[in-house]
Ligand binder design. Structure first.
Ligand code: DAH
Length: 342
């Protein structure tokens, strides 16, 4: 008999159809657990496909080798398909696991933008730059000051009416009324003259304090910059020239300045200085004058040999004008949306 006798063909056909069913089941398995659990039933020893081996013995001996090979081939094919399906499912399960465990980092913010200097600090530094270019150096003095430096040495004797212009905040330290929060930067003039010998070309920027209720144009804390020049033969003309040089350097070539008579106890004569914008309008900037001889004397500078001028003005007000800020309180609320505009 040959391999194409009915018995051998039946067995081979059955092997093909069982193998096809097993292959379909392998493809249908949805996961590695399902696949491995089904393995024995699909093509293990007790499976219908493997069970066909037992029927080989009932075939005519001549047909057995071919039928046996066909059966082994079918078993080898399903086994191979099993392994590849297992690998496929393992890979997809691993991908699923990685996907499930992935950290969603999309909410993490971009690195914060770099900070910047506060608009008042920027303004102060620009002023320092302008005066340094004019040959001045920068000096500092304490914010908690003695009554003597803030008033006495500057020719405001006790009870002097000009003291009332300064809504002074006193500090509970030492004798009552002896210590205060400086109401202007002018006490730095005194400290500079006491500590250094003329010639002096100095500016002193810093914080000042007055008992003021905060509104759009007043703050109890504000900034001033003080200027002091002491040399031989310094005149009012030098003061006017210095103010004019500063005005053009800081504001630009279209700007000019003027002095108007005024009164301060520590200067004689005293003036206020205004800056004229290119459109012709004037803005009041600060006070100035020739340093009073008694101030020179009390600070240890010989008024017979030296003379000088001083000036002082508000930095906050300057920043408001320059940047079009209309409420001083915005400078203190620390709202980045406001601050990052400058
Ligand atoms: N210290 C004065 C004030 O705050 C401003 C001032 C006026 C400063 C005249 C000066 C000056 O140096 O000479 O009102």
């Amino acid at each position: 008999m040959s391999a194409d006798t009915p018995g051998a063909e039946d067995l081979q056909a059955e092997a093909r159809s069982l193998a096809a069913a097993v292959l379909a089941a392998l493809s249908a398995a949805a996961g590695t657990a399902e696949l491995t659990a089904a393995r024995a039933g699909l093509f293990g020893k007790g499976s219908p496909l493997a069970g066909l081996r037992r029927r080989l013995g009932s075939l005519p001996p001549a047909d057995r080798p071919a039928a046996g090979r066909a059966l082994s081939g079918a078993l080898a094919e399903v086994e191979e398909r099993y392994e590849s399906r297992l690998a496929e499912l393992r890979a997809s399960e691993r991908r699923g696991l990685l996907e499930a465990e992935r950290l969603d980092l999309t909410e993490l913010r971009e690195p914060p933008p770099p900070g910047r200097l506060h608009v008042i600090t920027q303004t102060q530094r620009r002023l320092e730059d302008v005066f340094c270019a004019m040959g001045y150096t920068v000096a500092e003095g304490p914010e908690i000051e003695t009554e003597w430096h803030n008033f006495g040495a500057l020719n405001f004797p006790p009870g002097h009416p000009a003291r009332d212009m300064y809504d002074t905040l006193y500090v509970d330290h030492g004798a009552p009324g002896s210590t205060l929060l400086r109401t202007h930067t002018s006490p730095v003039q005194v400290r500079v003259m006491q500590g250094q010998s003329p010639p002096l070309f100095v500016v002193a920027p810093g914080r000042c304090y007055r008992q003021d209720t905060a509104d759009a144009t007043h703050m109890p804390v504000f900034h001033q910059i003080e200027g002091l020049v002491i040399d031989e033969d310094i005149t009012l003309g030098d003061l006017a020239g210095a103010i004019e040089t500063f005005t053009t350097a800081y504001f630009g070539p279209g700007f000019t300045s003027r002095l108007r008579p005024s009164y301060f106890p520590f200067t004689e004569p005293s003036a206020e200085f205004d800056v004229q914008r290119p459109d012709g309008t004037w803005l009041e900037l600060g006070g100035c004058g020739m340093v009073h001889p008694s101030v020179l004397e009390v600070c240890g500078v010989d008024p017979e040999r030296w003379s000088g001028f001083a000036f002082g003005f508000g930095i906050d007000r300057l920043a408001m004008l320059r940047y079009g800020i209309d409420d001083l309180r915005d400078l203190w609320t620390n709202d980045v949306r406001f601050l990052e505009q400058f």
